[in-house]
Design a protein around this ligand. Structure first.
Ligand SMILES: [Zn+2]
Length: 448
């Protein structure tokens, strides 16, 4: 489940930036909303080397990633091969009586068991480590409360949706993977539709952008990108973290751009507007929909892999496991184990696609703002704040990077300016005509 959730999170949210944990060695400046002095947006920005602390964070983080990856394979394997899963199933059947309730009870018990088993690692990774690196503002109560809410959300989602693949497994043991793969499309869209109005407010407070001068400029940029209505929100993430981030979430009527308050506090106005231009790229270019469709395709492939592997394995190991059909709810840890193994192959594919979308959003952001220099200085600050590494190793990029490296992004910001050579911009057809008054877009926008 954790794999499923983490892939879902990484894919569907298209978070910006990739680096999840961050800190500000630079003193956080007061919100800079005044228009900065005119800068030469065509001045290139060198990629700074990583700090020693960032390198340490990267290297220990990599060891932790390996440990977590192996742990998440080992845990379901232990639950499975000790026969614990079969025992949990027997207990759930006695308690739940009907097929549906037995399924729900089994899932909640398994989720509780895994929550407990994962707790020390989650506590270290989610609380101890970010504090040790000075990346976190979170109190223990907030961290613990959030972890319990996550457990509740996972349990509710499991009870709501898990019956579907198991019913398909029962009714169509040979084709279930196809139907379940197709069913992920409406399910992922449904989750994406309700996540900004149901799930996300459980964890943080969302408001319109509080700085009204900044909001006016962001909304003017949004109008130019063809995004109407106040679709930009601010979230109080400063209670959790010192890192900076922004993202696009929701679907149809709930679609929106969310800006962390930490980012408003740390970037200057042009840097922020570039980031907003990037997020607007995700919004306008339909990246949420594309991400979900690719995720569904990968889910279908994963289900097929599970089907083939289980068809081979169950006749051989069924006695030991305490079940011989995949449609038995006791098979859930087996499905998680196989999904974990298959994810090792499918994750690089999904992440490569994600990096492509991120690159296109960067292009969109540059084309709509022409803030090349500010985009680059924003990312220099971001590397510093988030303890980033400008050019991570091959394995990191392959397995963990949903975004291009900061070094590659700054290189792109330094060189991509087709308008300077009289060449057409790729996405200019998306932009509304330039406003003629200075009440909308920042008045100091460079002439092109
Ligand atoms: Zn992005």
């Amino acid at each position: 489940m954790r794999y499923l959730i983490s892939i879902l999170v990484l894919f569907v949210l298209l978070h910006f930036p990739a680096l999840a944990e961050a800190q500000s060695p630079v003193p956080a400046p007061a919100t800079q909303i005044s228009t900065p002095a005119a800068q030469a947006e065509d001045t290139p920005v060198p990629v700074p080397p990583p700090t020693e602390k960032a390198l340490r964070h990267y290297e220990t983080g990599h060891l932790l990633w390996w440990f977590r990856t192996l742990w998440e394979l080992a845990l379901p394997a232990v639950i499975l091969f000790t026969g614990l899963s079969a025992k949990l199933r027997d207990f759930s059947r006695r308690l739940g009586r009907s097929w549906f309730f037995a399924l729900g009870i089994y899932f909640v018990l398994l989720a509780l068991l895994m929550y407990g088993a994962n707790w020390p690692l989650d506590y270290y990774q989610g609380f101890i480590r970010p504090h040790a690196y000075g990346l976190s503002n979170q109190t223990f109560a907030k961290w613990f409360g959030d972890s319990l809410k996550e457990l509740a959300v996972i349990s509710v989602l499991g009870v709501l949706f898990l019956w579907l693949p198991y019913l398909l497994l029962k009714k169509s043991p040979r084709r279930w993977w196809l139907y379940a793969g197709l069913a992920t499309i409406p399910i992922y869209f449904f989750i994406q539709l309700i996540r900004p109005v149901v799930f996300e407010p459980l964890f943080n407070k969302f408001t319109p952008v509080e700085n009204k001068v900044l909001e006016t400029k962001i909304l003017a940029l949004a109008e130019r990108a063809g995004i109407h209505g106040s679709r930009v929100y601010e979230v109080k993430k400063s209670v959790d973290t010192k890192t900076v981030n922004a993202y696009v979430t929701g679907f149809l009527g709930t679609k929106r751009i969310v800006l962390w308050d930490t980012m408003i506090n740390q970037l200057d106005e042009r840097e922020l507007l570039f980031v907003m231009g990037h997020e607007m790229g995700h919004y306008v270019l339909g990246h949420v929909v594309k991400g979900i469709l690719v995720l569904s395709a990968l889910s279908l492939l994963a289900f097929y892999g599970i089907h083939r592997a289980a068809t081979w394995l169950l006749p051989r190991a069924g006695k030991r496991l305490g079940f011989d059909q995949l449609s038995d709810i006791a098979s859930l840890p087996l499905i998680m184990l196989l999904l974990g193994i298959i994810s090792l192959v499918l994750t690089p594919v999904g992440f490569a696609y994600s990096r492509h979308l991120e690159h296109e959003a960067d292009r969109f952001g540059l084309e709509i703002t022409h803030y090349n220099h500010s985009a680059a200085t924003g990312f220099v600050r971001l590397q510093d704040t988030n303890l980033g590494i400008p050019r991570p190793g091959f394995l990191y990029i392959l397995m963990r990077s949903t975004h291009p490296s900061i070094g590659d992004r700054i290189d792109f910001f330094n060189q991509y300016k087709p308008w300077a050579h009289g060449e057409p911009s790729k996405y200019e057809s998306y932009f509304a005509p330039e406003p003629t008054t200075n009440t909308t877009i920042p008045a100091d926008r460079p002439v092109h």
